[in-house]
Design a protein around this ligand. Structure first.
Ligand SMILES: [Zn+2]
Length: 487
């Protein structure tokens, strides 16, 4: 490249860098000070505690019963963060076609508990860090974003002016614990946060919109909030109450009376390997697992989620041969189960699924798979033979119109997604309507399974675990003393 062209290009690169040019003339620190003042000054910077109660309608993107129609859920949250004393309380209810899913987490000193209101049990929480369970609620609270802007002002980056809702705004990027960076949209006149965006590597742009700001306890807070994923509404706020720096009841951070302890939580921070036979393994980490079967010539896999490649490499290491992934079975159309799709396609696998799921796969894939890359199951299908034989059954449940069950007769092992499981090493997993409808769908198939492994859990369950879970099912009734549940 000749030197003149190169220096012109370099000059273009320098002037087009967005922040350096503007940082020199823009006083970011002064903007942060105005935001702090708009949100309550020292009441914000010296916040002792916060309580957020919020209710949403959730269009359940990518999680509906059938791909052609969104169905709505309700999501109610209460998060109390006692910043001053390092305590936290989180209570949530997810209400959808599978029933009501209550969740409670309490952090008090060295203790971090999760409480199962349905079964009257408590266990060790996944993490004592309030950002792991309360981070979502913090991000839907503009006041806490303003506080984070103040706390992280040394790492804040000015991204320049923009117009939003036809008003002049300033954009500032800040870090946020356990999250990609946040971009705040700050109204240039009121200095209120009216929008926040961040990028999810799988889902795309996540957008938070804040409106109807009011003064509460001397601080400013939005009363109207909604949250979108890649431009589509995902949580539509129907009511929220925020309180600051009140006297908190110590009982809130104590374990409720009369609970039975759960067994030990399985540590899934490292890769888990369950050997089901010399040629069949269940492998995964955190909340994503696959089953792999060596058919002799090749490998059949099932269970999506990112890092399919890593799990397959582990399998290849265990069987001591670099056999290719010939088939990757996709259980159903829900977007979390399409996580490893492009990895499977890149490895040359044929995707085995039902007709319903082909379109959602095309929507999520970056690779535009041709129709030859799909093998569709109509009711049932068999792949492989002998101890590499895999039987696939399409069953309809409350959870999804179509679910492919992956059955390995030689080891009497059944792999399923989303209907059954718990994070604990022992004990009967709580059943919900999905579990019961799966039991009903399994009945006529008369499969001779003795073990169940799943897409979300590390444990190998017995057929008896499943049976006892189904028998113990009862619909969750909202307790009278928990009004958030009934909203
Ligand atoms: Zn699902």
């Amino acid at each position: 490249m000749n030197t003149i062209i190169r220096s012109v290009l370099l000059a273009l690169l320098v002037v087009s860098g967005p922040s350096q040019a503007q940082d020199s003339e823009f006083n970011l620190d002064a903007l942060v000070n105005r935001v702090v003042a708009a949100y309550g000054g020292t009441a914000l910077t010296e916040m002792r505690n916060v309580e957020i109660v919020e209710a949403y309608i959730g269009p359940n993107l990518g999680q509906s019963w059938a791909p052609e129609l969104l169905d709505l859920s309700k999501n109610n949250f209460r998060f109390v963060h006692d910043i001053e004393n390092g305590r936290a309380y989180f209570e949530s209810y997810f209400k959808a076609r599978g029933g009501i899913f209550p969740n409670m987490i309490i952090v008090n000193g060295d203790n971090a508990w999760t409480v199962n209101l349905q079964l009257g049990r408590y266990g060790e929480a996944n993490s004592p860090d309030p950002y792991t369970f309360g981070g979502g609620t913090m991000r839907t609270t503009d006041t806490l974003l303003a506080r984070q802007l103040h706390n992280a002002r040394d790492q804040a980056e000015y991204l320049g002016p923009t117009r939003w809702m036809n008003r002049p705004h300033e954009r500032v990027k800040i870090p946020f614990p356990l999250s990609p960076d946040l971009t705040l949209f700050i109204d240039a006149q009121t200095h209120l946060v009216t929008r926040m965006t961040r990028d999810n590597p799988q889902l795309g742009a996540l957008d938070y919109v804040f409106g109807e700001h009011v003064v509460v306890d001397g601080l400013m807070a939005a009363t109207r909030v909604y949250f979108s994923v890649a431009g589509d509404p995902n949580l539509i706020g129907t009511g929220r109450t925020v309180r600051f720096n009140r006297d908190l009841d110590a009982a809130l951070f104590a374990l409720p009376d009369g609970l039975e302890p759960e067994g030990e939580r399985i540590d899934t921070s490292e890769m888990i390997v369950n050997r089901l036979a010399g040629n069949v393994y269940h492998i995964g980490q955190n909340g994503g697992y696959s089953i792999f079967v060596d058919t002799g010539e090749a490998v059949i896999g099932c269970g999506g989620y990112p890092d399919l490649t890593g799990r397959l490499a582990k399998f290849q290491e265990l069987i001591g041969a670099h056999k290719r992934l010939a088939y990757q079975v996709v259980t159903h159309h829900h977007n979390d189960h399409l996580g490893g799709i492009d990895e499977a396609l890149s490895m040359g696998a044929t995707l085995v699924t039902v007709e319903d799921t082909v379109e959602p796969i095309r929507d999520i894939s970056q690779l535009q798979p041709e129709s030859g890359r799909f093998l569709t199951v109509n009711g049932r299908m068999t792949l492989g033979d002998g101890n590499g034989r895999v039987e696939l059954y399409d069953v309809s449940t409350v959870h999804s119109r179509s679910n492919l069950l992956f059955y390995v007769p030689a080891t009497r092992t059944l792999f399923m997604a989303d209907h059954f499981g718990s994070p604990y090493a022992e004990g009967v997993p709580a059943a919900n309507r999905n579990t019961v409808s799966m039991a009903e769908a399994l009945e006529p198939l008369d499969l001779n399974y003795s073990r169940i492994v799943t897409a979300h859990n590390a444990r190998v369950y017995t057929a008896r675990d499943f049976e006892r879970s189904v028998q113990s099912f009862r619909d969750f009734d909202c307790p009278d003393d928990r009004p958030l549940c009934s909203r």
